[in-house]
Design a protein around this ligand. Structure first.
Ligand code: KIV
Length: 271
């Protein structure tokens, strides 16, 4: 008799069922083995290996500089830490926008080299051809509409998108196009809650909001923001669950003091 407990893995179909049953989807970013292991064991539904790694891991101002090789390194580390959640990996800037051959090759590299379960890419109508080809190759795709950080130099600012009717109408059209192209879900970032509600109700695939109100089918936050590792970034949409910056600073200062005073290590901490 086997004593192995069967782990019920989250799949794209699970997320679809969750939407149908009105159960909200929890998603968080992670970029390494240790945090991925904690989040998976805590019961998170989806881990996003976001290209926000460019900001929070590498210290860049935007998400543009991170490379496909660097995303693959982060994703490989995350995949070693998880047993049950779904792992989605961002296609970084410049690895899918130019044409659908390149987009497909980038998506295949992520799936083949990391063991990830899905990829995410930004954009609406302009991304449809690539999405169709990636989905056709058997790779689940998550979309990303609204504030798409890879287009920050086009937008010029990180303020709320689609407040005006024209952009809101385009976003609604794009959401339907992503669904028709075969996306299993889409992120809606920093758009009015009322628009996110309308989009979420019009789609049969789940929407995952960040700064998009409560009517989305799920929510995502960047781990460094919600755990309070960053102190500078405090947008209205962020709920900070810990103040790790303060706690870590206190712990490290205590350690420095203990080393300097000769209190650490004591005889129980020595051989
Ligand atoms: O890269 C990222 O962390 C993201 C989320 C903000 C959705 O795309």
């Amino acid at each position: 008799m086997s004593v192995n407990k069967e782990v019920k893995r989250i799949t794209t179909h699970t997320l679809q069922k969750m939407k149908s049953n009105g159960e909200k989807i929890s998603m968080i970013t992670a970029y390494d083995f240790s945090f991925a292991r904690i989040f998976d064991a805590a019961g998170i539904d989806v881990i996003l290996v976001g290209d926000s790694a460019s900001n929070v891991m590498a210290g860049h101002e935007t998400t543009l500089p991170i490379t496909l090789d660097q995303m693959i390194y982060h994703a490989q580390s995350v995949l070693r830490g998880i047993h049950r959640c779904l792992v989605v990996v961002d296609l970084p800037f410049g690895t899918y926008q130019s044409n659908s051959d390149i987009a497909l090759a980038s998506a295949i590299r992520i799936m083949k080299e990391t063991g990830a379960h899905a990829i995410k890419l930004e954009g609406g109508e302009e991304a449809v051809e690539s999405i169709k080809r990636i989905v056709h190759a058997g790779i689940p795709v998550m979309g990303h509409l609204g504030l798409t950080p890879q287009s920050i130099y086009k937008f010029g600012t990180y303020t709320v998108r689609a407040k005006e009717e024209e952009e809101a109408n385009k976003l609604k059209k794009d959401a339907l196009l992503l669904q028709e192209a075969g996306c299993f879900a889409t992120v809606l970032e920093k758009i009015p809650a009322i628009l996110a509600k309308e989009v979420s109700e019009s789609l049969h695939i789940p929407t995952i909001g960040i700064g998009a109100g409560n009517a989305c089918d799920g929510q995502v936050l960047v781990m460094h923001d919600m755990l309070g590792i960053n102190t500078e970034f405090k947008p209205r949409f962020l709920r900070q669950y810990l103040n790790l910056h303060e706690q870590i600073t206190g712990a490290v200062q205590q350690y420095i003091g203990d080393v300097k005073s000769g209190d650490f290590p004591n005889e129980h901490e020595s051989y």
